[in-house]
Design a binder for this molecule. Structure first.
Ligand code: ADP
Ligand code: MG
Length: 779
């Protein structure tokens, strides 16, 4: 039985609008040991014949038998098996992969050897046989034509296929090299079927055992020159087609993909950069668009604390503590807050870096601590701040223990701890203890009222100084008038008394008088309700005077002779050279809240009840309404129509959504285009691999692997960007913080684009026959 038999074979090329006959009515059979020279004029059909025999092109008429088996029913996978098992092909234009080294080119044909070392050893052996030992590391593109053909021959040997087909293998070589190549072919193809196409028979005359001449697409003559020596070689080993097993496909694919990635550095660098730029681009526009979303936030009537119901009596009037307690029990609320005013206030302040922030006041809650400790005392607070503040407040040790300036509580509360967050959508918070929150509310509520007050100072010492002054003030915020005369008396006498005090102190010091004592007191009189303080103070006589009302630190040890505190030591800085008179009235937290209850309850008619969730709150609010309250759940947005901010926000949001979509589409398109091009540029290499019988699945797997490797630097870049922004407080202030899932989404997006493009392109490439792909690549 012949190795190959062609029976009435016809090949027809169908192109757009005409049909061309490639070969027709070919009846031939071939056996092992033959060296067949196929000759004929250009265009006569020699290549077509070879391509049909190799299974790289289809045939339309007749039947091709392989070891007696017909092949007309073959599917692509059958042809792959056939090429893998039987065929080695040598082209005129050297079908090696130019970007691979000589060694890699040969190893490509040895993928079935699983052990890499064994594979390498075998490849080196073969290269020695074709005389290329000294060129194993050379890149394909750096070889001469003869060396390229030697590489291809080594590869053919690697496969140890029974059939070697060579289409004008010496067509591009000089005569001396041609002779060497033919001799080499003859030598390596001893027991095989070797078919060589040539247009000059002279070259093969000395070696060929048979000469077939093609004329006008048909066999003109078929001369047997000499009978091949009867081959002692056994029938070729049935090829174990492990190359179709899934794990081999993946293993070989990955390996090949990695080699391709490495051997095409320019393309790889370009693709990696492309991926990095596009992933970071997506990140940047996403971050940018986050800003616009921020502006779209709805204005809330109250700070939307989950489960909070804000109460006012429908008929008006004060809600008493007892009433609240009863409501809490009756309705099953978790807690209540009588003076909840502060909960809805925000305070603006500038940071050292001149960024503007607004800070909310809250109490309790589990915020955790990054620096310092949790607040315990009434005058201690925790700051819940964006990570931007880390340089200002410290990383491991609390740096600045004061509240940001301009916050009304600045020097009444100590910052004892800070918790940082990375989410730019959150707003900073001052976290009070529950007690502290009451104090702060009282302070704020006091400050938010206006009226009259009188203030009495006294300065006295053991040398007989005893002076007291009274100031009766009355002013309105923000513009007010001072009763000039009353203050001027106080001012003049106060200055005199201060000087006396200072003289006496100096005298006592000079005399070494250890018993000398000085007492500075301020008493506070009038109705507290009428008391007014505002963080500004007032101008008088070209000077600025400032009075603070401050809750006394717990355990501050001040006497409480009257309800209102009197000590101003350390607060009125008598010895200060500046003309700045700073008076402070210190009230204990108890007193402060006491004041609230006693004097402000009448005017404070609101309170809050807390239920665990919004839905609970809504249910209970309905109940409360039936009970005669105006009850509002604190997730109610203000119905103030479209504010300017909202309009601006909408425009910005629309703008940025459009920008986002445009950028994303552009990047996706760009990435797709570039990767398509990259894949197309490798078409030739892919065809070479296939011509060797490497299965489509392995070549595809290699392509996927190569494209996915391109993503790795992009993923690393995204990771680094995230890490930098995450750990660098300044950057975090500038760039919107993205969540892990958002980074994951960007990564996934890239992955999908790459997979899609690869799928589409491989689909396109591999639906064609090998021959067609090669032609396409050559164009
Ligand atoms: P040779 O190798 O002897 O020079 P070929 O086998 O390449 O000749 O070509 C035989 C005939 O088939 C020629 O007339 C050629 O024009 C035609 N042919 C070859 N390939 C194609 C193709 N892809 N499409 C159309 N016609 C083709
Ligand atoms: Mg040809």
């Amino acid at each position: 039985m012949s190795l190959i038999t062609l029976k009435d074979i016809g090949k027809i090329y169908v192109s757009e609008n005409n049909i061309v006959v490639g070969i027709r009515g070919v009846n031939l059979s071939f056996d092992k040991g033959e060296f067949v020279a196929v000759t004929g004029k250009s265009g006569s059909g020699k290549s077509t014949l070879l391509n049909v025999i190799s299974g790289m092109d289809s045939y339309e008429e007749g039947e091709l038998y392989v070891e007696g088996e017909p092949t007309s029913h073959y599917l692509q996978s059958d042809w792959e098996d056939y090429r893998q098992k039987h065929i080695s092909f040598i082209f005129q234009d050297y079908n090696i992969i130019e970007s691979f080294s000589v060694l890699q080119n040969v190893e490509l044909a040895l993928m079935h050897i699983e052990d890499r070392k064994a594979r390498r050893r075998r490849a080196l052996e073969l290269l020695q046989r074709v005389g290329l030992s000294s060129h194993v590391r050379h890149k394909g593109s750096a070889l001469s034509g003869g060396q390229k053909q030697r590489t291809v021959i080594a590869r053919a040997l690697a496969k140890d296929s029974p059939i070697i087909l060579a289409d004008e293998p010496t067509g591009n070589l000089d005569s001396q090299t041609s002779k060497e190549i033919i001799e080499l072919l003859k030598e390596v193809a001893k027991d095989k079927l070797l078919i060589v196409v040539t247009h000059s028979f002279g070259q093969l005359e000395d070696y060929a055992t048979r000469n077939i001449r093609i004329y006008d697409r048909a066999v003109e003559f078929d001369h047997v020159i000499s009978r091949p020596a009867p081959s002692a070689a056994p029938k070729s080993e049935p090829y174990e087609s492990s190359h179709r097993k899934a794990h081999m496909v993946i293993k070989n694919g990955l390996e090949l993909g990695a080699i391709k990635f490495r051997t095409m550095p320019k393309l790889s660098v370009f693709m990696c950069l492309l991926m990095i730029i596009s992933s970071l681009g997506v990140y940047l526009v996403t971050a940018l668009c986050g800003e616009a979303l921020e502006l779209m936030r709805k204005p809330y009537m109250f700070t939307p604390v989950e489960g909070r119901v804000v109460l006012v009596k429908s008929a008006g009037g004060v809600i008493t503590e007892a009433e609240l307690e009863k409501l809490k029990n009756d309705l099953g609320a978790q807690s209540y807050l009588h003076y909840d005013y502060l909960l809805d206030m925000t305070f603006g302040f500038w940071t050292e870096r001149h960024d503007w922030y607004s800070i909310e006041c809250v109490f309790g809650g589990d915020f955790g601590v990054d620096v310092g400790k949790k607040p315990e005392a009434a005058d201690e607070v925790l700051l819940y701040l964006p990570i931007t503040f880390q340089p200002e407040y410290g990383k491991s040790e609390l740096k600045n223990k004061l509240l940001p300036e301009h916050i009304i509580f600045s020097d009444s509360f100590k910052v004892v701890g800070v918790k940082y967050y990375y989410d730019n959508n959150l707003s900073p918070k001052i976290v009070f203890t529950e007690e502290g929150f009451k104090v702060a509310t009282a302070m704020y509520y006091l400050n938010a009222n206006y009226s009259d007050f009188s203030l009495a100072f006294s300065l006295s010492d053991s040398y007989g100084l005893n002076k007291s002054f009274t100031y009766n003030g009355s002013y309105l915020i923000p513009s007010f008038t001072l009763p000039e005369n009353s203050f001027s008396v106080y001012q003049k006498e106060y200055t005199e008394a201060k000087n006396t005090l200072k003289m006496n102190q100096e005298k006592a010091q000079a005399d070494g008088d250890k018993d000398y004592t000085s007492i500075k007191t301020v008493t506070f009189s009038g109705t507290v309700r009428d008391f007014q303080y505002y963080g500004g103070g007032y101008y008088y006589g070209g000077r600025y005077y400032d009075i603070d009302v401050t809750p006394m630190p717990p355990g501050g040890g001040y006497g409480t002779e009257s309800k209102f505190i009197k000590d101003i030591s350390g607060a009125v800085d008598i010895d200060a050279p500046s003309a700045y008179l700073w008076t402070r009235v210190l009230l204990s937290p108890d007193l402060m809240t006491g004041l609230m209850d006693e004097y402000f309850a009448e005017s404070y008619q609101q309170a809050s009840l807390f239920f665990g969730s919004f839905s609970q709150a809504h249910k209970k609010a309905t109940q409360l309404r039936e009970m005669g309250y105006v009850a509002v759940v604190a997730d109610t947005t203000m119905d103030n129509g479209m504010s300017g901010e909202l309009i601006l926000g909408t425009i910005l949001l629309l703008g940025s959504v459009v920008l986002w979509v445009v950028v994303i589409i552009f990047l996706a398109f760009f990435v797709s285009l570039c990767s398509s091009r990259a894949i197309m540029a490798m078409k030739g290499d892919l065809a070479v691999m296939r011509s060797m019988g490497i299965t489509v699945s392995v070549v595809k797997a290699a392509l996927y692997a190569q494209m996915l490797i391109n993503l790795i630097p992009a993923y690393i870049a995204i990771g680094i960007a995230a890490a930098i922004i995450y750990t660098n407080p300044y950057l975090n202030g500038t760039f919107t913080f993205l969540y892990a899932w958002q980074y994951a989404l960007i990564a996934l997006g890239l992955l999908i684009i790459i997979l899609r493009v690869t799928r589409r392109q491989t689909g396109r490439i591999f639906e064609q026959s090998v021959k067609k792909t090669m032609r396409g690549a050559a164009e």
